[in-house]
Design a protein around this ligand. Structure first.
Ligand SMILES: *[C@@H]1O[C@H](CO)[C@@H](O)[C@H](O)[C@H]1NC(C)=O
Ligand SMILES: *[C@@H]1O[C@H](CO)[C@@H](O)[C@H](O)[C@H]1NC(C)=O
Ligand SMILES: *[C@@H]1O[C@H](CO)[C@@H](O)[C@H](O)[C@H]1NC(C)=O
Ligand SMILES: *[C@@H]1O[C@H](CO)[C@@H](O)[C@H](O)[C@H]1NC(C)=O
Ligand SMILES: *[C@@H]1O[C@H](CO)[C@@H](O)[C@H](O)[C@H]1NC(C)=O
Ligand SMILES: *[C@@H]1O[C@H](CO)[C@@H](O)[C@H](O)[C@H]1NC(C)=O
Ligand SMILES: *[C@@H]1O[C@H](CO)[C@@H](O)[C@H](O)[C@H]1NC(C)=O
Length: 362
């Protein structure tokens, strides 16, 4: 009996060691060495926590399903980018620029900031945020740190060519700018068509800078139907606001066209893909039975969760966590589909998996 239990223990230990070795090798073999993230609250993992702004999510019920509780993520659990990092085999989530303590910057950084947009003024009525221009300034700082680690700027840029870049920005240039005509003048100056072009023009400058710092494989994420988020419906008797959907469609069309211009003309040494968020979760598909209401209890003027109130129990049936942001369940679906879909309307001209296995470029 004693012998039996001892050999059982030895066997268990051996199994554990083999298992942990296998896990190490799986963990060591991420499909891409590094992932850099630019964007807004849909990708923020805590960059706003210490900013003077009301655009924060570092309190319950945000993070109720996240392993370490609230972190500043605008979700009940994982963001799309967290799930993508898992699919790609990263051992850790991409750390926020605001807290790189204990992180290896060679594996990537998340610069995204809630309420931020392409235009500097977007979302600033809520307080401070890190607009995309400033996110690139932060990236420049990280690039110089990587240059220091690798011995030269050339080495750094060559290393950065191997990374994956994820850019999901623009919704706040509408929700926290264009569609607030009492605060911002953009809708007095531009038609929706003109505004989409102005935004894409400015985004183009930023993406060229990112390319200059080595980005060669970039995921550009389009926006979901802005007029159908619960916050918009609340102001329209439960129905979608069509003019906001039209604006989002115009932006997405321009963004997709930009991706095509980069691939074929402007930056042929790199590959860009466009992810069509609108096409991933259709109403009441994939087990999402509630796609028009928030899971948490809302501050209805802001569309965000009120602190410390109990959210819905059946969270995986909801598309929306609060009035603006999607649930972990929706985020997992978004990441999984973007990675491997064969639907060219969702991932254009290819999915993330194909982007990564496409010829490495110089
Ligand atoms: C935070 O911002 C508000 C308004 O934007 C300002 O009145 C306040 O002084 C700021 N607080 C700090 C600590 O800077
Ligand atoms: C910073 O990140 C580390 C490692 O993830 C974490 O342990 C720590 O709590 C974070 N600090 C703050 C202030 O969020
Ligand atoms: C619009 O507002 C910005 C500040 O947000 C200001 O700089 C600009 O002059 C204004 N433009 C017009 C035409 O009123
Ligand atoms: C809002 O919706 C309700 C129920 O669908 C309807 O009875 C009411 O007339 C609507 N109100 C407006 C202002 O459209
Ligand atoms: C995204 O998908 C929707 C729904 O299938 C479609 O109507 C729209 O044209 C697509 N947008 C782009 C830019 O491809
Ligand atoms: C909702 O948000 C607004 C704007 O930040 C704030 O003034 C108000 O107090 C909030 N309402 C509740 C019930 O917390
Ligand atoms: C999900 O839960 C809410 C209450 O938390 C309930 O109103 C709703 O009917 C439930 N939905 C389904 C499909 O069970």
């Amino acid at each position: 009996m004693a012998f039996e239990s001892k050999s059982w223990l030895v066997l268990s230990l051996a199994v554990l060691m083999v298992a942990s070795c296998m896990q190490q090798s799986v963990l060591g073999a991420s499909q891409v060495p590094c992932l850099f993230v630019f964007g807004n609250s849909l990708s923020d993992s805590g960059n706003n926590n210490n900013l003077n702004t009301s655009a924060k999510a570092n309190f319950l019920p945000y993070g109720i399903d996240f392993p370490t509780g609230p972190t500043g993520r605008y979700s009940n659990g994982l963001n799309p980018i967290d799930k993508l990092a898992q699919i790609l085999g990263f051992e850790h989530f991409v750390p926020p620029f605001a807290n790189l303590t204990g992180s290896d910057i060679l594996k990537g950084v998340d610069y995204a900031s809630g309420s931020a947009g392409i235009r500097k003024e977007s979302g600033k009525q809520l307080g401070q945020n890190i607009d995309v221009g400033l996110q690139l300034t932060h990236h420049r700082l990280i690039v110089s740190k990587i240059a220091h680690k690798l011995g030269s700027l050339d080495n750094a840029v060559n290393y950065l060519k191997k990374c994956l870049y994820y850019v999901n920005i623009g919704t706040n240039d509408y929700e926290q700018n264009y569609f607030l005509p009492d605060i911002f003048n953009t809708s007095h100056i531009y038609t929706p068509q003109q505004y989409s072009k102005v935004l894409i023009h400015q985004l183009n400058h930023y993406l060229q800078t990112l390319h200059h710092f080595g980005a060669r494989k970039t995921i550009m994420v389009g926006m979901d139907r802005l007029g159908c988020i619960p916050k918009a419906r609340l102001t329209n008797n439960g129905s979608c606001i069509e003019k906001e959907n039209v604006a989002a469609f115009l932006f997405n069309d321009q963004l997709k066209a930009l991706v095509d211009r980069y691939n074929h003309k402007i930056l042929p040494d790199s590959k860009f893909i466009f992810i069509n968020s609108t096409a991933i979760i259709h109403d009441q598909s994939h087990g999402f039975t509630i796609t028009d209401a928030a899971c948490c209890q809302l501050n209805t003027t802001r569309g965000v969760c009120l602190p410390n109130l109990t959210p819905c129990q059946n969270r995986s049936q909801y598309k929306f966590w609060d009035g603006i942001h999607t649930t972990e369940a929706a985020n997992i679906l978004t990441a999984t589909v973007s990675y491997s879909t064969s639907d060219p309307n969702i991932a254009h001209p290819m999915n993330i998996q194909k982007l990564l296995s496409s010829n490495s470029i110089n």
